[in-house]
Design a protein around this ligand. Structure first.
Ligand SMILES: Nc1ncnc2c1ncn2[C@@H]1O[C@H](COP(=O)(O)OP(=O)(O)O[C@H]2O[C@H](CO)[C@@H](O)[C@H](O)[C@H]2O)[C@@H](O)[C@H]1O
Length: 511
């Protein structure tokens, strides 16, 4: 299944676990409290390949004071073997090529409830949620994730035997995007929301798979799931969800244009006309606190940079970097979207101007190899770690002066917000959520054209600021105040959920 191609890496071992989090505030007396099933393929406490994992760990928790938020996720090996007890609470039957599964329930230390879709053959494998240990898409991804979507619909229909039934289903990205479609075909009354974290990954498979996935024939046309001769999971979600959101306001507009619509812009424009598409920016998790983050060697705060310095020294030792020069960070999935090739092009310029570069990430094998080679050619000046772990990533955000993020497109981006919070000024392309969260010359540096020349100019502006300590200090302080925790976005999701669940909306859906 051509789907998560760019997620071609093995996930990191999550280190920020629920045990370290404060208990969730669940105000069960909240009058408008609704039951919401959040369907996802990643969850940073247990398994994370990128930003979706972070959002899945943070957003349901942030919404918990308002709603009874529960997760549904496949029972990957990393989850089943996580050491946390899983109690079997339900089951769903097989249909077509989608096998029967058990539903397990995991109660996390902070109170969050996670339903785990259990099927040993389907999910308990070495590798990542999307690819095997060689970075190849699992050949049966269409079965694995259609099964996830169908299980969500079965839970919403009250057919899974568990003593809990959501009033609303919130599906995330293509792996969960079949949920709204199965709900519609099964005439489940609960509304569904699809959040697009990245339109470029669509979950495409051969049209001939339709019968294996129990997709009604009538839904296989261009008005349904058909996408240039293939079946598209993401298109299914967009077509059938009651409402579609994406993760920044600007990206919500960008995906309605032919340039960034990945072939789905027409359908998305129709959603806009129906008031069914909105952009709700991601926030960052409360754990991103430079004074108290346990991952850091030493905490720091605005104006007190000793802790920042301690993290920088750690990073320089860890990546064998010379002690002098401004430190530029790359903390990223190494994929085309992130403009890694542009960073490869400008790296020598940074080094020539006295800068040092620290890289942590993994992704497409060719980009991993090119990065590793760059590090070998510039020992002491460019340090590259292929792989990922949360502690080193956080120390690199904290220890660096600048973050390089020349994304070709960026639905929201969390890395630039983490960097800002940790006083590392992002140098980023003016696109999507980057444009929404960085103020050029105030909390970071933006450039327009996706080319090395424009990128170099932004880097030069950053280097000029670095030479003026007062200016640098002012920008760092501004950046540290900029990123938004989830609180703001929660209000927007809450309003959306309440609107979709209002009697008027329910009546309209029936018409
Ligand atoms: N190799 C790796 N393995 C594991 N973790 C890694 C990693 N490389 C980086 N990370 C971590 O993953 C997160 C990156 O999140 P981003 O939102 O910046 O990008 P991503 O493209 O993954 O997310 C997509 O979804 C998010 C969430 O909606 C959007 O913000 C974003 O624009 C969209 O592309 C950070 O926590 C970072 O430290």
């Amino acid at each position: 299944m051509a789907s998560a191609a760019a997620s071609a890496h093995i996930p990191s071992t999550p280190e920020l676990c629920s045990a370290a989090r404060p208990p969730l505030q669940m105000h069960s007396e909240h009058p408008e409290r609704k039951r919401v099933l959040f369907v996802t393929s990643e969850f940073a406490d247990l398994i994370k390949c990128g930003g979706l994992g972070d959002v899945s760990a943070a957003l349901p928790r942030a919404l918990s004071p308002q709603h009874d938020m529960r997760l549904l996720i496949p029972g990957y090996r990393q989850i089943v073997n996580s050491g946390r007890p899983i109690r079997i609470v339900g089951q769903v039957p097989g249909i077509a090529a989608l096998p029967p599964c058990q539903i397990g329930r995991m109660d996390l230390a902070d109170g969050l409830i996670v339903y785990v879709l259990l099927n040993h053959a389907l999910y308990e494998r070495d590798g990542s949620p999307y690819v095997d240990t060689h970075g190849r898409d699992w050949a049966d991804n269409h079965i694995r994730f259609a099964r996830l979507g169908l299980a969500a619909a079965e839970i919403a229909a009250g057919d899974a035997g568990i003593q809990w039934r959501p009033e609303l289903v919130h599906a995330n990205d293509w792996p969960a995007a079949m949920a709204p479609a199965y709900m519609a075909w099964r005439q489940v009354a609960a509304p569904s929301v699809l959040t697009i974290h990245n339109l470029a990954y669509q979950g495409l498979c051969d049209m001939r798979c339709a019968s294996e996935l129990a997709i009604p024939e009538a839904a296989c046309g261009v008005d349904g799931l058909e996408f240039y001769g293939q079946l598209s999971f993401l298109k299914a979600g967009i077509a059938y969800a009651r409402h579609v959101t994406t993760v920044s306001r600007r990206y919500a507009w960008e995906i309605t244009t032919p340039e960034q619509g990945c072939g789905l812009d027409g359908l998305l424009r129709a959603k806009v006309l129906g008031n069914q598409l909105s952009g709700i920016a991601n926030g960052i998790d409360e754990s991103w606190h430079p004074e108290s983050d346990p991952h850091l060697l030493q905490g720091f705060s605005v104006g007190d940079w000793a802790g920042k310095q301690a993290n920088a020294e750690y990073v320089r030792r860890w990546l064998n970097l010379d002690a002098d020069g401004p430190l530029f960070a790359v903390v990223s999935r190494l994929v085309h979207q992130k403009g890694i090739d542009l960073t490869l092009e400008v790296a020598e310029h940074i080094v020539a101007r006295g800068g040092r570069i620290g890289v942590i990430g993994q992704g497409e094998p060719a980009l991993e190899a090119a990065m590793a080679d760059l590090g070998r050619r510039h020992r002491g000046r460019i340090g590259v770690h292929i792989g990922f772990n949360e502690s080193d990533a956080r120390r690199l955000y904290a220890g660096s002066d600048f973050l390089l993020m020349p994304s070709r497109f960026e639905p929201c981006g969390l890395s630039q917000m983490y960097a800002q919070r940790y006083a590392s000024l992002p140098i980023a392309r003016c696109t999507g959520g980057l444009a929404d969260t960085i103020e050029d010359g105030v909390s970071g540096f933006l450039f327009d054209a996706p080319c090395a020349a424009a990128y170099r100019q932004a880097i030069d502006r950053a280097l000029q600021v670095f030479e003026h300590p007062q200016l640098l200090e002012a920008m760092r302080c501004q950046a540290m105040r900029t990123p938004l925790y989830w609180r703001q976005s929660v209000q927007a999701y809450d309003r959306l959920f309440q609107r979709l669940l209002s009697p008027v909306s329910a009546r309209r859906a029936l018409c």
